[in-house]
Design a protein around this ligand. Structure first.
Ligand code: CA
Length: 227
């Protein structure tokens, strides 16, 4: 699968030059001119890196970056024309990975993209074949690079299933393990939580269904590499 790069830039001529340079190096690209569209693309979780202009028509790139950091750790490379913007990128904790000043050479941007992607795949296991990453101290689970917005019981259920990918857990076992101290449960509790979990996973990636139903037996989860 080719690596997908998201370009958020309102000047189409600049975006076209970048897209051309990236495509000729084997990347695939998606282009948005608005920050809001860019955020929507970032939520899809299908891009490996975002190249983002600071000055966008609807919101500035810093705002887009801050909003994106609430749900993804995708590397972000800023494009900027102004030195005072460079100061903000470097000085503030907005979560950018690098910047390039305009005018730039497309080759240089592609080279930076490669460096950042290499660094990122080493630093985080999201470059591995696994779909899920469980951050136990933070009580968070990432799915294909996107942090899931889970309720407490959804988190506990998914974390429990992920402890042994591929193993089939019966409803009874899951009820005992996860809802043992809950007051308000029914015999549909496991199924309804599986259903909401699936919907949340689907909103990130609608082409894979990691939670498997085993009729009369229970559920298992696949973490991408063992199946
Ligand atoms: Ca601009």
């Amino acid at each position: 699968m080719n690596t997908s790069i998201l370009i958020i830039e309102d000047e189409t001529s600049i975006a076209d030059v970048l897209a051309y340079a990236l495509k000729s190096e084997g990347f695939i690209t998606t282009h948005c001119t608005l920050g809001s569209d860019g955020l929507q693309q970032l939520r899809s979780g299908k891009h490996a890196l975002a190249i983002m202009d600071v000055g966008l028509p609807d919101m500035n790139g810093f705002e887009v970056c801050r909003a994106a950091r609430k749900f993804t750790d995708i590397p972000i490379l800023f494009l900027t024309a102004r030195s005072d913007e460079v100061d903000r990128i470097v000085g503030l904790e907005i979560g950018a990975d690098d910047y390039v000043t305009k005018p730039f050479s497309p080759r240089e941007v592609v080279a930076r993209v490669r460096v950042i992607l290499r660094r990122h795949s080493r630093a985080s296991p999201s470059g591995s074949a696994h779909w899920f990453e469980v951050d136990t101290p933070g009580a968070r689970i990432r799915f294909c690079g996107t942090t899931l917005d889970l309720t407490r019981y959804e988190y506990l259920l998914l974390q429990y299933l992920l402890a042994q990918p591929g193993r089939i857990y019966s409803r009874e076992l899951l009820m005992d393990a996860i809802w043992h101290d809950a007051l308000d449960t029914s015999d549909r509790t496991v199924d309804t939580h599986i259903k909401t979990l699936r919907a949340k996973l689907k909103s990130v990636r609608d082409d894979i269904d990691p939670i498997l139903t085993h009729r009369g037996m229970g559920y298992s989860v696949s973490n991408g590499s063992e199946s």
